[in-house]
Write a protein that binds this ligand. Structure first.
Ligand SMILES: Nc1ncnc2c1ncn2[C@@H]1O[C@H](COP(=O)(O)OP(=O)(O)O)[C@@H](O)[C@H]1O
Ligand SMILES: N[C@@H](CC(=O)OP(=O)(O)O)C(=O)O
Length: 455
């Protein structure tokens, strides 16, 4: 279809000033016909995203308490209401019914546990899309609100980590007909289960909504608008003199975003890749910049294209004599991690050892039971857990032809007296991982960036 699907992230829709920029971007190109919006992100006044306030309210203050931030549920409720009221006032949108509905939703007492969390989490996108579509209409765009509960964006019943169901693609095709040249405004991040209950995808999930709609409509392009000029070679919050990468392959963005580049959800490209729909990461605050184009293929002009870093990793090192000879050992071990809902990143292995690298946050409240299960079911000799590790991932399709870049990386670390804990090359040969202790991870990242990309 000759259209572009555009997703505007939380930073692009955090206040009325940003939403006016979004309007101008949409007006500039007639192909921008599906506009997926997030909940308001952090603003100058509040350091936390509206989605986090919603979760804090759902969990009666527990969400921020866990992060050692002291914001009560009541305070979160006030922030949410104030945010949406201000948006309506500044954009001159009728607010009475919207605020009544919002307050009713925020007082919901019937839903419990993860169904309650999911419902509250979804409200940021829900009300923001209502406001943005009303504002577009008022600004003479032929905008139409498309709610996931109406056109049936169907998710599985893992309420806070829902996965898209196949029938959704047909539902989108059927409902997004553009009969009267409409511009559809869609809240991202949430959907409904087959029994019409609200479910959300994983955090950052509005990127997924955009990718799935682009795929269902076979769009010409998926534009993902954020607050940076594109994807930088390294996280610009750590290294401020890095450049924007003009072109990346689907494979490269997937590796980089799953290993720390949180500019784009790592699953959002999967279906675009299938249909070869280009993804363009753009800056709402600088729309004349071309951004980063994500494509199926590019000419590799360099070995390495980007370096990502994941902090707060833990290594669970398991020792058992001859475990490498035990058929099914690794499968059973990974099954145990699965049962505790702990995502596993890497598992370097040897004859008598295996280490599983995980996000240490995932181990909270689980590590003791997890360890006991492993000991009981696999009769291990010793388990050692090391916390506060960082994984640095070097990515580039050019690495396939030049694995010696790995030697340059190790030499650069050696010359700067930076030691490492782990080294691992991926089977695809387009990435390798270096594990370091977290206190030296930023220095290691800078050293690798300067030696392997900047020079
Ligand atoms: N390599 C990178 N390139 C660009 N941005 C990055 C990178 N790594 C991390 N980021 C961060 O991702 C942020 C954008 O993602 P996010 O906050 O989710 O945006 P949005 O509000 O648009 O959804 C940037 O502001 C930047 O701080
Ligand atoms: N608002 C949701 C979904 C999302 O995609 O947000 P953002 O576009 O701000 O990353 C979240 O915070 O997870």
């Amino acid at each position: 279809m000759n259209i572009k699907v555009c997703k505007f992230g939380g930073s692009s829709v955090k206040d009325s000033f940003q939403i006016e920029k979004v309007l101008n971007i949409v007006k500039e190109d007639k192909k921008r016909r599906v506009i997926v919006v997030s909940a308001p992100g952090r603003d100058e006044r509040y350091n936390e995203k509206i989605t986090d306030h919603l979760l804090n309210l759902a969990t009666q203050g527990n969400h921020f308490y866990e992060q050692k931030i002291s914001i009560t549920a009541k305070q979160s409720s006030n922030v949410i209401i104030e945010k949406f009221e201000k948006l309506c006032d500044n954009l001159n949108i009728e607010k009475k019914t919207l605020l009544e509905d919002l307050k009713k939703d925020l007082n919901n007492k019937t839903l419990k546990e993860d169904k309650r969390d999911a419902f509250f989490l979804s409200r940021g996108e829900h009300y923001n899309a209502k406001i943005i579509s009303a504002f577009f209409k008022k600004s003479n765009l032929n905008a139409q609100l498309k709610l996931p509960e109406d056109f049936k964006f169907i998710l599985s019943e893992n309420y806070c980590d829902g996965k898209i169901k196949k029938e959704t693609y047909k539902n989108i095709e059927k409902n997004f007909t553009f009969e009267n040249d409409e511009i559809y405004v869609v809240p991202g991040f949430y959907g409904v289960t087959n029994s019409d209950e609200i479910a959300v995808m994983s955090r950052g999930g509005s990127d997924l909504t955009g990718g799935e709609i682009a795929y269902a409509l076979d769009a010409d392009m998926y534009e993902n608008w954020t607050d940076t000029n594109g994807v930088y070679e390294v996280d610009p919050r750590i290294i401020d003199d890095a450049n924007v990468i003009p072109r990346l392959t689907f494979k490269e963005i997937r590796l980089l975003s799953s290993k720390g580049f949180n500019v784009f959800h790592f699953n959002a490209m999967l279906n675009c890749k299938k249909s070869k729909i280009p993804i363009n990461i753009r800056n709402t605050n600088n729309p004349s910049h071309k951004g980063t184009m994500i494509l199926d293929e590019r000419v590799p002009m360099e070995d390495l294209v980007g370096i990502a870093k994941l902090d707060n990793m833990a290594s669970i090192h398991i020792q058992k004599n001859m475990l490498g000879d035990e058929i099914g050992f690794t499968a059973e071990l990974l099954k145990i991690f699965g049962e505790y809902n702990v995502n596993t990143y890497h598992y370097p292995t040897d004859k008598d050892d295996i280490a599983i690298l995980v996000d240490q946050e995932d181990l909270k409240g689980k590590i003791n039971n997890l360890r006991r299960q492993i000991e009981k079911r696999l009769q291990t000799n010793q388990i050692t857990v090391t916390y506060h590790l960082s994984i640095i991932t070097l990515v580039g399709i050019g690495l396939k032809e030049n694995a010696f870049a790995l030697v340059d990386a190790i030499n650069a670390l050696k010359n700067n007296n930076i030691s490492f804990e782990m080294l691992d090359m991926s089977p695809s040969k387009v990435s390798f991982h270096i594990g370091v202790t977290q206190n030296i991870a930023d220095a290691a990242l800078r050293t690798l960036y300067e030696k392997l990309i900047k020079s």
